[in-house]
Design a protein around this ligand. Structure first.
Ligand code: PLP
Length: 378
């Protein structure tokens, strides 16, 4: 462990071996389909470069990013990889796609028209076609896609390398929209006979083989997050977040702590003051039990300190949080100790739930104050 990491106020340990294993596991669950790697938003907050290099070394060759800029950053990291840009292209950024070998996902009739016009100047370039099957976010409607497939005037140069759609409710396997989207997607796929097809994200992979087609797009599960509601998460945790205890305070029964006097003490207590706050993506909504910032989730986040689970107290502030260490032996709660916020012992998604959000949002809002250590895959 390097000295900076050993002394850091906040630190992230990112286990690239677990990342590899999770991605391979999603590949196995994808059956005969290939698994792509989804690297948008700085690889879900983990860091684009180490995540991309790790998954490329593990064998990934298809990659999804959100924007052309993310694609440009990814290009040198995955020399033989095919990079799909989910937002597609628009007037003014088409050259990025041509110069860096990025595959635009065509999401609308407008993008299609613009892409075709750009091709007439540039010559052939691959694209993917996104068909909306019920999410109502991006994509040609099924009707638009079917008429495009049948259009005798369809430009010969329009030959998508992938047809894709995105599931709205895959985290809820019993939701009827899953089946309706599958049926709609099959129609689109049949109309573009011979073109590879992709429907499933992490949760969609768990819906079973009908949903797998040729290429799956696991994101959150690769990063250790929960994909399917209400079932134990089978993935290995990838990210561990820790922060340092700056001070231990004794607080007398009847006193309060934090803004608004939001932590109230019914007994003499010991409180750990920890260097983590909402500026680090430790959301204010994970504040301690009884703090009325949440609509639905009554219990606050918990931390893990020297073998003990400790509850968060009062409101999360910008840089600091309080945890109740009253029940710990003194030797187990000392200034300078690190408390785990989530990772091996405290599930990412439990903290997310405490804040009324999802693991995706916690990971992608981690902020810049952590020192990061990457555990190498091999
Ligand atoms: C983010 C995203 C994914 C990955 O989804 P997870 O739920 O993280 O597995 C797949 N496809 C599209 C279109 C996405 O936007």
């Amino acid at each position: 462990m390097d000295e900076v990491f050993a002394a850091a106020s906040n630190r992230l340990t990112i286990d690239l071996a677990a990342l590899t294993e999770n991605w391979r596991q999603m590949g196995r669950l994808s059956g005969s389909a290939r698994a792509a790697a989804v690297l948008k938003a700085d690889a879900y907050g983990l860091g684009l470069e180490p995540a991309a290099q790790t998954l490329y070394a593990a064998g990934a060759r298809d990659f999804f990013v959100a924007s052309a800029e993310e694609g440009v950053a990814l290009r040198p990291l995955v020399p033989e990889g095919r990079i799909f840009v989910l937002a597609g292209l628009w007037p003014g950024n088409e050259q990025l796609f041509f110069d860096h070998g990025l595959v635009p996902v065509i999401n609308s009739e407008e993008q299609l028209a613009f892409f075709m016009a750009a091709l007439s100047d540039h010559g052939d370039h691959p694209c993917a076609l996104h068909v909306d099957t019920g999410m109502n976010r991006l994509g040609l409607s099924l009707g638009e896609a079917l008429s495009l497939a049948d259009d005798p005037a369809r430009p010969a140069s329009f030959s998508p390398v992938l047809i894709m759609s995105h599931l709205a409710c895959a985290d809820d396997p019993a939701h009827p929209l899953n089946r309706r989207q599958l049926d709609a997607f099959r129609q689109a796929q049949q109309a573009f006979d011979g073109v590879e097809a992709s429907l499933a994200n992490s949760a969609g992979i768990h819906l079973g083989p009908y949903y797998h087609f040729d290429l799956t797009r696991p994101g959150i599960a690769t990063y250790g997050g929960e994909a399917v509601n209400g079932v134990p998460n089978p993935m290995r945790p990838v990210v561990t977040a820790e922060a340092r205890i700056i001070q231990i305070r004794d607080v007398a029964r009847g006193e309060t702590a934090s803004y608004g006097g939001s932590a109230q003490f019914a007994r003499d207590s010991r409180v750990a003051i920890v260097a983590i706050g909402y500026a680090d993506g430790y959301h204010r909504s994970v504040s301690g039990a009884g703090v009325t910032l949440r609509q639905a989730m009554p219990s606050g986040a918990k931390g893990f300190l020297n073998g003990h689970v400790v509850p968060h107290l009062g409101r999360v502030t910008m840089d600091l949080s309080l945890f109740d260490v009253t029940d710990l032996p003194q030797a187990d709660a000392r200034p300078g100790d690190y408390i785990e916020l989530f990772g091996e012992n405290i599930a990412l998604d439990d903290v997310a739930r405490a804040g009324g959000t999802i693991g995706y949002e916690l990971l992608t809002s981690l902020g810049r104050r952590y020192d990061r250590m990457y555990i190498e895959a091999e």
